[in-house]
Design a binder for this molecule. Structure first.
Ligand code: HEC
Length: 140
């Protein structure tokens, strides 16, 4: 009987740890989403639109989850350094210049990246900023 109780306490503790870890990630995701949304509104929305719909030929939409998925490790670099290369988004070619945002800290880049990759029909999940920092150190 005693053994049984000890076992169940042990099991309960493990379950509690797992649940609290998941909660921490959910809390982080919510924080990133709400800060990322603020950054998006002030710095990105002009061009990419309130719902990520883009701006005609001038700015591509952020609703092409294929591009966002295929370029996961490049997104942070695109956001920090801007870009000027030809890209095909939703089957259309774009070649306007996106400005750089050198004033955005790694954490800001991470938050706005998590925001766009989990909005507008995208659902890529959470990426912690220390991972984004590594992407930013390896920008070409
Ligand atoms: C002045 C307009 C402008 C602003 C402001 C701007 N972008 Fe862009 N963005 C562009 C253009 C134009 C491209 C395509 C560049 C190219 O073809 O090389 C682009 C491309 C992108 C892409 C890759 C293509 C895609 O549609 O998925 C991402 C991701 C992106 N921008 C995110 C952002 C984020 C996040 C911000 C805010 C921090 C931002 N942009 C601010 C104009 C803008």
């Amino acid at each position: 009987m005693r053994k049984y109780i000890i076992h169940s306490i042990f099991l309960f503790a493990i379950i509690a740890i797992i649940i609290s870890c998941q909660n921490q990630e959910t809390i982080d995701l919510q924080n990133y989403m709400s800060n990322g949304k603020d950054i998006y509104k002030t710095r990105c929305q002009n061009c990419h639109g309130e719902n990520g719909e883009g701006l005609g030929k001038l700015a591509p939409p952020l609703t092409d989850s294929v591009f966002l998925k295929n370029n996961k490790t490049r997104l942070a670099c695109i956001i920090r350094n801007g870009t000027n290369e030809k890209m095909t988004i939703n089957g259309k070619e774009y070649q306007e210049k996106m400005p750089a945002f050198p004033e955005l800290a790694d954490i800001d880049v991470a938050q706005v990246m998590v925001y766009i990759t989990n909005s507008f029909g995208n659902n890529q999940g959470f990426v912690p900023y220390n991972k984004v920092s590594i992407h930013l150190q390896n920008c070409k």
